[in-house]
Design a protein around this ligand. Structure first.
Ligand code: PMP
Length: 396
């Protein structure tokens, strides 16, 4: 069967591929420890579930406005005011079927063939695929463990060319956990001030999940707000990955363009989820805070456990729920006939020998590293690290 050549522009996400391999091993009866998970291992808070149940009983069952219900978009404006001190109007907000969908809308709305899009590495898997799909050109700025995987204004300046149209990043970052401080963002914003044609996509989906009380948005600088597209959603902060709700805040023209795209692809997202989202975004954040406190406890333990693994080099994640150790110490080593050439080999070795599922850093543009998720119980984290240590000790 001949399919569209567009399919060759991008690959299946490695994160989903690893999850699939893990499920297959489990189905064979293997006791797998899954450290590849990209979602909170918590239930959705009760008050949000109650709001959804009420929405079903109240017959919120019809098509929704493409951009999302007006009162939800007002609630999102309220969230930006409350959490970020940012002022938006509802016509600048487009609600979608997940932050991933909002990212797709935004990239397809602003990128033309040949436009350059700067993405610092490591980056979330989907960024590169979306730019490729839009026939833009990805320009990577390599992040370094020595700088906690954050780029400098000098690196940014050097990457910008007359063709640069967009800069795309997440803070807190999946996979590195890096969180840019206000001062660091200001340094980048000063560079953008000299390049008024460059737009920014700021993916803030891990906003609440940080361990430094230091979440800042690049949109806070007054010359940045009119060219920044903020991406956010309910998946991570409210443990609602399966409910599928994301949103973006953008200059009006960009918001309108996203609405036009969405109007032909998906229309408005699920009515029940939207009603529940109003509760999520307006109620106190106690459940979110309790979840983050548990992530903080696990993070502290993961840092201790990683320090005990010979050869792992790592920076401390200030946000999200991943550790991202550099594992190049093991490259070139072997266990019998099996030679570890890179992080992908190591991830497969750990999956097959230790029955621990991780994700190779190559999925995120950094082939020296592995991503280990601590969105799993303390017991499983301890068990996973014990198995990893044992398997790595066999590599000579
Ligand atoms: N951005 C980042 C950085 C993510 O890690 C994820 C989820 N893994 C998303 C966006 C997509 O989130 P959603 O479930 O809302 O589509």
């Amino acid at each position: 069967m001949e399919l569209a050549s567009r399919l060759l522009l991008f690959n299946e996400p490695e994160t989903l591929r690893m999850a699939k391999l893990g499920r297959e091993l489990r189905a064979q009866g293997v006791d797998l420890v899954d450290l590849s998970l990209g979602e909170p291992d918590f239930d959705t808070p009760e008050h949000i579930k109650e709001a959804a149940k009420a929405a079903i009983d109240d017959n919120w069952s019809h098509y929704t406005p493409v951009a999302g219900y007006l009162d939800l978009r007002e609630a999102i404006c309220g969230k930006f005011r409350r959490d970020n001190s940012l002022e938006y109007t509802p016509d600048q907000i487009i609600v979608s079927t997940g932050a991933k969908h909002s990212l797709a809308n935004a990239v397809l709305a602003v990128i033309n063939k040949g436009d350059e899009v700067i993405i610092p590495t490591p980056f979330w898997v989907t960024y590169e695929a979306l730019v490729n799909l839009a026939e833009g050109t990805v320009v990577k700025i390599p992040g370094s463990i020595d700088n906690d995987y954050k780029i400098t204004p000098e690196q940014l300046e050097a990457a910008i060319t007359p063709k640069t149209r967009l800069f795309m990043f997440s803070s807190p970052c999946n996979p590195s956990g890096a969180v840019y401080s206000r001062k660091e963002l200001e340094g980048l914003a000063e560079v953008f001030r000299r390049h008024p044609n460059v737009l920014v996509i700021s993916d803030e989906i891990y906003e609440y999940i940080n361990y430094c009380n230091c979440m800042e948005s690049i949109a806070q600088f007054e010359w940045m707000k009119d060219r920044t597209i903020i991406i956010n959603g309910l998946s991570k902060g409210f443990a609602m990955t399966g409910w599928r709700l994301g949103y973006l805040a953008a200059p009006k023209e960009i918001a309108k363009a996203c609405e036009k795209l969405q109007g032909q692809f998906t229309s408005g997202t699920n009515a029940i989820t939207q009603r529940a989202a109003i509760t999520a975004l307006t109620a106190p954040l106690d459940a979110t805070k309790a979840m983050v406190a548990e992530f903080a406890r696990r993070r502290a333990r993961v840092l201790e456990l990683m320090a005990e693994v010979p050869g792992f080099r790592f920076s401390k994640p200030d946000g999200a729920f991943y550790a991202f150790p550099c594992v190049d110490h093991y490259f070139g080593k072997r266990d019998g006939d099996e030679v570890i050439e890179n992080a992908s080999d190591l991830a497969m070795y750990l999956l097959n020998k230790a029955h621990v599922n991780t994700v190779t850093g190559s999925a995120f543009g950094d082939p020296q590293c592995l991503r280990l998720s601590f969105a799993n119980s303390m017991e499983n984290i301890e068990k996973g690290f014990a198995r990893i240590k044992e398997a790595l000790a066999k590599l000579q």
